[in-house]
Design a binder for this molecule. Structure first.
Ligand code: CU
Length: 685
């Protein structure tokens, strides 16, 4: 391992140069995507109307990966979904870019249940506006509302339509489109929704199926712009905070392998899941102990709770219907992290299968995280150690919303995942001052429906190896009696979840319910199985009714936890193609087999996220809303692993200013003395 060898400094930030695949789990690079395209082309699969809807790396099998040694050659595999736009015919192919070979190619039966289709193409995304604006019915609806002057500049959104079993929709490739006014060039469209107007667009025929046009609610025209030009003047009260790391970061990077303190892991990226972390292990003495084989957030759903004819169908699957990784932000265009940063570039495919670079798509940096531990002894002597975390993150923008996906690794062995939801809430228009049980008026005439953002994390766990057990642990109250004679006692239960049907569970906040993954063979120094706990936040799961369409389509979101036995192709909890799918794909289908989880290779699927009752403070842009979970060692290590942290753990030691002086501590470096002067603290030998 070397200290970030392929990195140059620019303005204090680190910028990585393009990488060549060195590891079988590396993200696809430009050459490999180009080679995969060439293979498809040479096989005659990329004819005039055919588009590459999805192109993903196919991980090697676990046995192949285990047999691989660094430096040895390996074969890359790519899995592709092709879409013929002239016929909506889908096909799937598996390709080896090196050597050039199409391994399999088969037509996908999108005309049969469950009817799932490829994610919406970028080409389709941009085409919808032209198709809608060419419709005489839509133009008449705009004119009837007195909105003719806005026709040229308005935005017609391309929205995944859901599945409702309608005869003229099933198996047909379509989107629903809302219209938003853009009163002045550059205005945020989301503030000006044209209410009661929705257009169904056939993406294959490039035609309008029909226009729903109802009511005469006025479109709000007050701007919803968030630029400082619209919202300023800029405040001047904030003094600078500088993060300085004069000796550089504490992590080291070799290709896509990262080492930081006790942690080792591999950083991957693909156009569907975005960030993927693999081979996560904890250094314990002279041993690297496995914790997670693979961790990602492969799906999320945003179901809306409004009954209105124009909105009842909304339930976006931002990964399966829009591809999160393809929509990831190149952070070269605007930095989200502070300090010394290592960026990883990403490559995705465009609709024609060409490689597109997303420069600096993944950000990795360290953050001070306050106190790791502290105790003041009976003589008044304090001992304090500082906490720090390694942050690996990316942001994706899907239409109006923006999502941050942040993985945190801590010095004490904890892993945390945090989803950051921000951007602009989706809105319709209404009568100012009116009430609706399904909407909040966030600005005069702008009504935002209740909705949820439910993420699914896929954790291929490997606590000290792949043979693990899954247990549910929660607090247990004990009735007054022989086992609780004075009423104060309580204990905990420990229930093994032995099969996939048993492992479909809900959180239980009042009873502090958690899920334990334990080694089936290894024990700690007090004789208990080594283990990690998945600690949920336990907010709402899917609130829609069991009879609803979205209940079937987003069935993963109806439980906080699913446990499955590892299977290579089981990656997406709502199935391979959730777009327009009738549902029940993915987790509910796989777990019918009720496979054993007793000492097996286990995958946890955790549903979490906010239920959003929008507020005026969410307008015109929503402050970040946080949700996530913890994965913490619980009996994995024999004691607190941070006991050897230095007394001044890398903090800039010398403080200044009178505040610290009056409290009697300058925060000087170890061995230095503190003195108070006119200008505040001073540190010296
Ligand atoms: Cu929301």
């Amino acid at each position: 391992m070397s200290h970030t060898p392929d990195v140059t400094h620019t303005h204090g930030k680190r910028v990585s140069t393009p990488i060549t695949a060195q590891h079988p789990l590396d993200p696809l690079n430009e050459e490999e995507i180009t080679a995969a395209r060439t293979v498809l082309d040479e096989a005659g699969l990329l004819t005039e109307h055919v588009r590459v809807a999805m192109l993903l790396p196919l991980d090697p099998s676990k046995s192949d990966l285990a047999a691989w040694t660094p430096g040895a050659p390996f074969e890359r595999r790519v899995v592709v979904t092709l879409l013929d736009r002239s016929s909506a015919k889908h096909s799937g192919a598996e390709v080896s870019p090196t050597p050039h070979r199409v391994d399999t190619h088969r037509v996908l039966p999108t005309g049969e249940a469950p009817y799932g289709q490829a994610a919406i193409l970028m080409e389709e995304f941009y085409e919808v506006g032209e198709i809608v604006k060419a419709s005489p019915e839509w133009r008449a609806a705009m004119e009837r509302r007195g909105l003719s002057e806005y026709i040229d500049g308005c935005f017609c959104s391309p929205l995944a339509p859901g599945y409702f079993g309608k005869e003229d929709e099933v198996g047909r490739r379509l989107v629903r489109s809302f219209t938003y006014l853009i009163p002045n060039e550059g205005d945020s469209p989301w503030a000006h929704p044209v209410e009661g107007l929705i257009v169904r667009v056939d993406l294959t025929g490039r035609t309008v199926i029909d226009v729903y046009d109802e009511g005469d609610i006025e479109t709000p025209l007050a701007h919803g712009n968030y630029s400082i030009a619209a919202q300023g003047p800029e405040r001047e009260s904030l003094k600078p905070i500088d993060i300085t790391m004069p000796e550089g970061p504490s992590f080291s990077v070799d290709g896509n392998n990262v080492e930081w303190e006790n942690w080792k892991l591999h950083v991957g990226f693909n156009s569907r899941e975005g960030l993927v972390l693999s081979n996560i292990s904890w250094r314990d003495g002279d041993e690297d102990r496995p914790v997670l084989t693979r961790a990602s957030v492969p799906e999320m759903v945003v179901p809306y709770g409004d009954i209105d004819e124009t909105r009842y169908w909304i339930s976006y699957f931002d990964a399966g219907e829009y591809l999160l990784g393809r929509n990831a932000n190149p952070l070269s265009l605007g930095c989200d992290c502070l300090g010394v940063i290592h960026y990883f570039d990403g490559f995705v495919n465009d609709d024609h299968g060409n490689a597109v670079k997303l420069p600096q798509v993944i950000c990795m940096h360290e953050e001070d995280y306050g106190i790791q531990w502290k105790h003041t002894d009976l003589d008044g002597n304090p001992d304090t150690r500082r906490s720090r975390r390694l942050v690996i993150s990316y942001f994706a923008t899907v239409g109006n919303y923006d999502y941050g996906f942040f993985w945190y690794f801590y010095l004490d062995g904890a892993i945390q995942f945090e989803a950051k939801a921000t951007g602009v809430v989706f809105a319709g228009s209404g009568v100012p001052g009116s009430d609706s049980p399904y909407n909040t008026e966030v600005a005069p005439g702008v009504f935002t429906p209740v909705h949820q953002h439910i993420f699914s994390a896929r954790l291929d766990v490997a606590i000290d190896g792949e043979d693990n057990t899954l247990n549910e642990i929660e607090a247990v109250q004990i009735p007054m009696g022989p086992e609780n004679p004075r009423g104060n006692a309580f204990t905990w239960s420990h229930t093994q979840l032995k099969t996939e049907q048993e492992a479909q569970r809900m959180a239980n906040g009042p009873m502090s319910r958690v899920w334990e993954v334990a080694s089936a063979h290894r024990t700690n120094h007090v004789g208990k199985p080594t283990a990690f706990w998945l600690i949920p936040e336990g907010k709402s799961v899917l609130l829609a009714q069991p009879e609803s369409s979205v209940y079937a389509r987003a069935n993963f979101a109806t439980k906080h936890l699913w446990g499955t036995q590892f299977a290579e192709r089981e990656l997406y909890p709502a199935g391979q193609y959730p777009n327009q799918s009738a549902g029940w794909e993915g987790l509910p289908t796989w777990t019918k087999a009720d496979r054993s989880l007793d000492g097996e290779d286990i995958v946890l699927w955790h549903s979490f996220g906010p239920t959003h009752f929008p507020r005026t403070e969410d307008w015109p842009v929503m402050p970040v809303d946080y949700s996530g979970f913890w994965f913490k060692p619980h009996g994995f290590l024999d004691q607190n692993p941070t006991m050897n942290l230095p007394e001044n753990a890398g903090a800039s030691c010398a403080s200044s200013g009178s505040a610290c002086c009056t409290s009697g501590s300058c925060g000087c470096c170890s061995g230095e003395s503190c003195s108070c002067g006119n200008t505040g603290c001073g540190c010296g030998k």
